[in-house]
Write a protein that binds this ligand. Structure first.
Ligand SMILES: CC(C)(COP(=O)(O)OP(=O)(O)OC[C@H]1O[C@@H](n2cnc3c(N)ncnc32)[C@H](O)[C@@H]1OP(=O)(O)O)[C@@H](O)C(=O)NCCC(=O)NCCSC(=O)C[C@H](O)C(=O)O
Ligand code: MG
Length: 306
């Protein structure tokens, strides 16, 4: 029997989303810089990084940029302003016109926020394949993360990923920024679990200090250990460490090849459990290995391109 999650996955193939760099849509210099950066995805921000009196300029700027520039393998995501702001409708009009890979909704607290955006995208050819990402960054967003994620479990849903926003969550909870994110970890894990329960990708929050690379590396390692697929980034210096920490390690690649080869061996046909060097390996490990090797192939294919 096919579960909701595996049928969802069949419609939303796995992506490489180690490094998700955000850029203020108003910042020409940073937009130009993008072309030279090895990030997996770019969030063009129309929300918090753009002043209220510059929202219109930012939209025009972004539309021109997306028309003129080919971002190659990088996924293009536009972060809009929330529905309760005066900017939402025009942001959505831009999304429909620019047709990026995804739209990111900030401060999602209820499934209806996702549904409303899906309704506005409609079923036109221009927006076919356009996905929805949701920021979980308020206490109600965290509490309702499972309900929000479950609203995207059908194969025709556009919901594809959660992104955690700790700046907003810290502001709302009063939990100060601190190494190790001790008191935020339960909330982060709740979001990861909700995303995984319904087959969504999940991206860890930004780290504001882009000079302290040791602290950043530790936070990437922690995010990876918690199960995140990648990290939202604010600065070019964060791209390479995020790719490193969220990418498959050499040890993981070696292990995946070993597992894949063992299950491909005709001698193991008809076995769901085998012994590799004194460890029990199940078919589920072969599925995990195939997924990892898929990502390795995707990353390698990019390197081959000029
Ligand atoms: C934080 C910054 C304002 C710092 O910018 P700057 O002062 O220009 O830094 P540098 O001089 O070190 O920059 C060196 C070069 O790199 C380019 N640059 C900088 N940032 C980016 C970027 N994000 N993407 C691409 N290129 C970038 C500079 O232009 C310099 O280029 P050059 O001179 O040609 O060599 C800035 O980093 C910045 O604006 N970052 C992104 C801010 C942002 O998008 N904020 C909103 C998202 S954060 C969020 O969502 C939080 C969440 O909602 C939550 O609640 O937690
Ligand atoms: Mg935020």
């Amino acid at each position: 029997m096919t579960s909701d999650v595996s049928s969802f996955r069949a419609h939303h193939p796995s992506r490489v989303r180690r490094s998700v760099l955000t850029v203020p849509a108003i910042n020409d210099r940073a937009l130009e810089k993008l072309i030279s950066l090895d990030c997996d995805a770019v969030i063009f921000d129309l929300e918090d990084s753009v002043a209220e009196n510059r929202k219109g300029d930012a939209r025009t700027n972004l539309l021109n940029f997306l028309r003129d520039r080919d971002l190659g393998h990088r996924e293009r995501i536009i972060r809009i302003n929330a529905a309760d702001t005066p900017f939402y409708r025009e942001d959505m009009e831009l999304v429909i016109e620019a047709a990026p890979d995804a739209v990111l909704i900030p401060k999602v607290e209820e499934p209806v926020a996702v549904q409303n955006v899906a309704d506005m995208l409609g079923e036109s050819d221009a927006t076919e394949g356009l996905r929805i990402w949701a920021m979980i960054e308020t206490p109600r967003g965290v509490l309702n993360a499972a309900a929000i994620a479950s609203s995207g479990r059908t194969s025709d849903s556009r919901l594809d990923a959660f992104v955690v926003g700790l700046n907003d969550l810290r502001k709302a909870t009063g939990i100060p920024a601190a190494p190790g994110r001790t008191y935020l970890v339960p909330y982060l894990m709740q979001v990861v679990l909700a995303a995984r329960a319904y087959g969504l990708d999940v991206i860890d929050s930004v780290s504001n200090d882009f000079r302290d690379m040791d602290a950043f590396s530790e936070e990437c390692a922690q995010g990876r250990a918690m199960g995140f697929d990648g990290k939202m980034l604010i600065h070019p210096a964060q791209v390479e460490p995020a790719n490193h920490h969220f990418g498959p390690s050499e040890a993981a690649i070696t292990e995946a090849r070993l597992v894949a080869a063992a299950f491909a061996d005709p001698a193991h046909a008809g076995f769901n459990v085998i012994n590799i060097d004194g460890r029990m390996i199940e078919r589920l490990h072969a599925e995990e290995a195939a997924r990892l090797l898929d990502k390795v192939a995707t990353i390698a294919a990019r390197k081959d391109k000029p």
